[in-house]
Every structure is written in C-alpha cells, then in structure tokens.
Design a protein around this ligand. Sequence first.
Ligand code: ADP
Ligand code: ADP
Length: 237
Amino acid sequence: MLDIKSLHKKYPSGPVALRGVDLTVHEGDLIALIGPSGAGKSTLIRCINRLVEPSSGQILMQGTDICQLNSGALRKARKKIGMIFQEYALVERLSVMENVLSGRLGYVSFYASLTRKFPRADITEALRLLDRVGLSDYIDTRADQLSGGQRQRVGICRALLQQPDFLLIDEPTASLDPKTSREIMRLITELVQERNIAAIINIHEVTLAEMYSKRVVGLKDGQIVYDQAAGGLTNEA
Ligand code: ADP
Ligand code: ADP
C-alpha cells in the first residue's frame, strides 16, 4: 500500500538526513523503526505526510506519489494518514472530547474545534474510543489536567477518529515511564491490528520494538540497514 523509493532529504541549512531510503509497507503491517539518535527516523516518518518536504524520491501511497500532490490533494491524502506525536500535541485549553473530535478536522485548531458542530456519529465514535482506552471519566477534563499516559491516550483516540488507513507514530513513549510506555504500546498495537491499519512507529527502545511490532526496520545514517520480522534482535543490537 505504501512504496517509498529512493527517498532523499537534505535540510536546507543542515545535514543530509535520508540518503536513498527504499521501503515497502503492506496492508496491516506494523513496523517499528529503530536506530540511533540522528539516524533519520523522525525525518522519514514526517516525509510520509510531508510535514517534512523530501528532497527527491517517491512516496507512493496506493499508487499516488505523495511528493507530487498540490496542497488541496495533500490535505485530502492526509485525512487517511494519522499521526501520533511524542509530545501529544494536544490543545491544552480544550477538553479531552474536543481534542479527540479535532481529529476529524485533520488538524488541531482551538477555534475550529469550538465552533464546529460535529456529526452525531463522530461523537458516538469518540465516546467509544475514549471508553476503549479507559478515559470515559475524563471526557470533560481539560488536556492540561492529564498525566502523560492519559494525554497519549487522547492522542491515540484523536488519530483513530480520523479513520486512517495508515498511522505515523513518532516516539510515542519517549516522555513516559517504562510501565506506562508498555501500556501505551500495547494499546496502540492492539487498536491498529483490530482495525487493520498499517503503522510505522519510531521507537527508541529495541525491547519495545521487538515486543510490540511485527517487523523491525533499522535506520542508520539515513539508510536502512536492517529489515526483519520482529523477534530477531537482542538487546545490544
Ligand atoms: P532521528 O529521529 O533518528 O533521531 P532525525 O530525523 O530527527 O533523526 O534527524 C536526522 C538528522 O537531521 C539529524 O542530524 C538532525 O539533526 C537533522 N534534522 C532533523 N530535523 C531537522 C531540521 N528541522 N532542520 C535541520 N536538520 C534537522
Ligand atoms: P527528536 O529527538 O524527537 O528527533 P530533536 O530534539 O532531534 O527531536 O528535534 C526537535 C525539533 O528540532 C524537531 O522539530 C526537529 O525537526 C528539529 N531539529 C532537529 N535537529 C535540527 C537541526 N540540526 N536544525 C534545526 N532543527 C532541528
């Protein structure tokens, strides 16, 4: 469903972050992207929805090259590409429910979330998701009152409400303690598999990558150096 070909990224005043990445992602794939800091993991993930503009190469999503889309077509394509962030990217002043509903807009906006009337079906689905992640008692709580783990659960619900085919997940546990990290990884991986969503997770810890993904891809100096079914790596890798 996703075919990345010869992807290069050079930051204007910075380093070459990706040097010829080829990666095929199949439907329902659950990929952990590992590698040392600075390897290009975030850059690769962000190129896929063009939060970062690739320098050259192709990103074929169901045959369409994301790199070639104009802004209107890109906005449409992004509706099918959800994102979960390390720092959650919630709107602090909005409630849990409002943050989740903003997933339907494809972007997070304080004013759009307040003024837009969301369809009943979205609200029902948001409630169902919040129940699934254990946040039923927090729907009216402001985002800034939540713990890190709770915030990431909101981020997960927001991404899923968008009904993506594809999820980009950038270091979802980097700000969480080990126990919460495992809970969040378990939730994410269960939910994406239930819904047959393909996902790429940029994850620092090899142990979590091996425990929760189906396929582990290693990036180093902007190139893929490892691509195997999960279970093949030891801790020192
Ligand atoms: P990773 O996620 O594996 O830690 P990154 O993709 O964040 O790697 O970074 C790859 C390289 O690109 C690093 O050298 C980093 O400093 C650089 N880089 C990342 N983002 C930017 C940016 N916005 N501008 C310039 N250089 C960047
Ligand atoms: P992470 O460890 O999550 O990859 P970083 O601390 O590397 O995050 O980067 C934080 C932010 O700074 C990101 O938005 C990244 O794109 C940007 N960034 C990283 N390296 C550089 C750089 N060399 N020049 C400019 N921006 C950078």
